[in-house]
Design a protein. Structure first.
Length: 402
């Protein structure tokens, strides 16, 4: 992205950030919820910066928090910056309202809890997961692990426009699987100002890891007026690309220095740095060079969550998911993985996320390694300091001679 008065020498793709910008009238309660949502999601997504869709992990963590007691409960709430159960219920209920209120783009979120046949949800938790998270509940035979995996994968595909496939494998389930919590988020938006396909051309790209090696990419181009800023704190240029309806946007952050990405990532771990830069944006005529791309990622979340001090949940001797199922204690989660998808082209952006948490019963003997996977894909994170409903990081940084 360059000033129209200066032809660009190079262009880079670094980071993509999205957010809802909603013109909702707010009473005192709504203003408080906006503040809690903003601060909590900023804290969580900044700490999950290496994850393409940090925010999409939060609904499952919220449900697990409400199903937990003791330190398991407290660690989950602290990771999301939430003070108590009442705030948790209010914030996620408010988030669902925001998702449903967005117009002119497709944005939807769905939750489902699969329960082993012969078990049922704790009555209080069943009410919360239905009323706050809108979760469906279904009994399933995990002993037939192939059929169980196929059924869960089919639901995920339907919720994600068939972009997330094979979310779980049959060997994800065994005799101690008691429940699986699944969340799916899907977004598709058309640019408010589309890129012309005729203006797209092949350009040489250099990855940040090697200035000498290049690869050909399809580079989109458009000249027009956009919200733009230059941040000394971030040492970067920032460009906002709005989607149709101007309620959601993609933000591109371009470091000034070729090797400035790692420093930028560290700076962005403080959410106030990005918020300050976004507040300084102004309308400017810009020449935009943006690669057309499709990216899928898979990330192990267990260690990342442990770095947020979410530890008890994964410990078979210490997890306390006491409020999840009737007649089942000693439940725990062993691992977590995220799978992500995003596509950006001349028309707009399509992105989707699917998360899954299998819940296991601690056997009397030491358990063998067990799998819990979160697979997601959502087009990245926050834009304005309200309603930050999606999150993400750099996909890959390229340098292009254009």
């Amino acid at each position: 992205m360059e000033d129209a008065k200066q032809m660009p020498k190079d262009a880079s793709l670094l980071d993509f950030v999205t957010s809802l910008i909603l013109g909702l009238s707010a009473n005192d309660d709504e203003a408080r919820l906006k503040s809690i949502l903003h601060d909590g999601s900023n804290k969580f997504t900044a700490n999950m910066f290496n994850v393409l869709s940090g925010f999409s992990v939060m609904p499952l963590l919220g449900q697990l928090a409400l199903a937990s007691v003791g330190e398991s409960h407290d660690e989950l709430l602290n990771s999301m910056g939430l003070a108590n159960d009442n705030d948790t219920k209010a914030v996620f209920s408010y988030t669902n309202t925001l998702v449903r209120s967005v117009k002119n783009v497709t944005l939807k979120s769905a939750n489902k809890i699969y329960i082993r046949k012969g078990y049922e949800l704790n009555k209080s938790f069943a009410v919360v997961t239905r009323d706050v998270f809108g979760s469906e509940v279904q009994n399933i035979d995990f002993s037939n692990n192939v059929a169980a995996a196929n059924e869960i994968n089919q639901w995920v595909e339907e919720q994600t426009n068939h972009q997330i496939k094979d979310l779980v494998e049959p060997d994800s389930f065994n005799g101690v699987t008691k429940s699986v919590l699944v969340n799916a988020i899907y977004f598709k938006g058309t640019w408010q100002h589309k890129f012309s396909k005729e203006a797209t051309s092949d350009k040489d790209f250099h990855t940040i890891f090697s200035k000498s090696k290049t690869t050909k990419v399809k580079m989109m181009y458009r000249k027009g007026y956009y919200n733009y800023a230059e941040s000394n704190e971030l040492k970067a240029q920032i460009l906002e690309l709005p989607y149709e309806g101007n309620e959601m946007s993609l933000v591109v952050i371009l470091p000034r220095d070729f090797d400035g990405i790692n420093e930028l990532e560290e700076t962005l771990k403080d959410p106030s740095a990005l918020n300050s830069a976004l507040n300084d944006m102004y309308q400017k005529e810009v020449e935009v060079y943006l690669p057309r791309f499709k990216i899928e990622t898979k990330t192990d979340l267990k260690e990342l969550l442990k770095n947020l001090n979410v530890k008890k949940l994964f410990n078979s001797g210490e997890a306390r998911l006491d409020n999840l199922l009737n007649g089942a204690t000693d439940l725990y989660v062993d691992s977590a993985t995220q799978k992500a998808f995003i596509e950006v082209n001349e028309e707009g952006t399509e992105a989707t996320a699917a998360n899954v948490f299998p819940i296991w019963l601690m056997p009397a003997l030491p358990p063998s390694p067990l799998l819990i996977e979160i697979f997601c894909s959502m087009e990245s994170t926050l834009l304005r300091p309200n309603c930050d409903l999606t999150s993400g990081r750099k996909f890959q940084c390229f340098k292009a001679n254009v």
